[in-house]
Design a protein around this ligand. Structure first.
Ligand SMILES: Nc1ncnc2c1ncn2[C@@H]1O[C@H](COP(=O)(O)OP(=O)(O)OP(=O)(O)O)[C@@H](O)[C@H]1O
Length: 297
């Protein structure tokens, strides 16, 4: 089932175009990363998709139907950190959220467990760390057991341990079959948790695809030396090299991910070869992201 179809979605703020005719397709079960630098239009896009902002042009469907109050109930979202009562416990705060959303209190312990806060449920919100506050926000978004969870920059401001916790929670939630859409400017985060992603820059959609495709990108090492024949003979004997192609005055090696330039260097040294050129090129999202941004300058 298609979860979200977006067509030519646009938002102008006065003369500024924050979101410029973007198209998106998100399918059930995907963990979808909306990736882009600050000010690229991620929050504005999510706000339109959640009915918080009215689009200037374009449209979208949720669950193959025009957006409605009904479809909105199937989506749990955190656009901004929700306001919790500092002097109330996590449980009492979630009771207040349950009242607003009209859902059963039975879900409170289930969601607190999902975000790893069950043993702190009677602690006051004001005693929570930033990471715990963010996890409680996720619990509140999960309270009505939505099909889709939307998170805007979920690891913002967290320390490395807090970031890992949020990542693990997102992965666990994804395993339950929910579709997750998260906006982030952190490439590594998107690469670690997302199955699919789109890149926004200055309100435009530059790329949409699966993380898998990018990870399948070949890792290559370029190596050149004055004696290309001896270099070739040496490279032919090395393990971990899948393919060797000559490209001008160097060879382009398709290698296993683990093969390092140090490994190549050691073997060349043993044969008395000093490389004139040695460069590893990894097909990871960061390079793709930078390339996508550069290609669209
Ligand atoms: N209410 C508003 N009025 C005027 N301009 C706005 C408004 N909201 C956002 N913008 C502008 O729209 C553009 C996109 O902002 P948006 O917050 O959607 O980007 P973002 O990718 O979410 O960035 P960040 O990661 O910094 O939150 C920016 O230039 C921003 O200044």
């Amino acid at each position: 089932m298609s979860i979200l179809q977006v067509k030519k979605l646009t938002k102008h703020f006065g003369s500024r175009t924050a979101v410029n005719a973007i198209d998106l397709q998100i399918e059930a079960g995907q963990v979808f990363g909306l990736l882009g630098p600050n000010g690229s239009g991620k929050t504005t896009t999510l706000a339109m998709l959640l009915g918080v902002l009215r689009p200037s042009a374009g449209d979208f469907t949720w669950f193959d139907q025009p957006a409605s109050a009904e479809s909105r109930k199937r989506i749990g979202a955190i656009l901004e950190t929700p306001c919790f009562y500092p002097y109330l416990t996590a449980t009492d705060n979630l009771k207040a959220v349950a009242e607003i959303k009209g859902c059963s209190y039975n879900r409170i312990d289930i969601t607190l467990k999902e975000v790893g806060l069950l043993d702190r449920k009677y602690d006051k919100f004001q005693t929570y760390s930033l990471g715990m506050k963010q996890r409680l926000a996720i619990a509140s978004a999960l309270l009505a057991d939505p099909q889709v969870l939307i998170l805007d920059e979920p690891t913002n401001g967290l320390d490395p341990a807090g970031i890992v916790e949020i990542r693990e929670i997102i992965q666990k939630i994804a395993q339950t079959g929910k579709t997750i859409i998260l906006a982030s400017h952190l490439l590594s985060e998107v690469q670690k948790v997302c199955s699919h992603f789109a890149v926004l820059k200055a309100g435009r959609l530059l790329h949409q695809g699966s993380i898998h495709d990018i990870e399948q990108e070949k890792t290559t090492i370029e190596v050149g030396a004055s004696n290309m024949i001896l270099l070739r003979e040496t490279l032919d004997q090395l393990k971990g090299i899948r393919n060797i192609l000559q490209d001008g005055d160097f060879y382009r090696l398709e290698v296993e991910h683990e093969v390092t330039t140090e490994y190549i260097m050691q073997h060349l040294h043993a044969k008395g070869i000093t490389p004139s050129h040695l460069l590893k090129k990894q097909g990871n999202l960061e390079q793709q992201f930078l390339k996508i941004l550069a290609d669209n300058e």
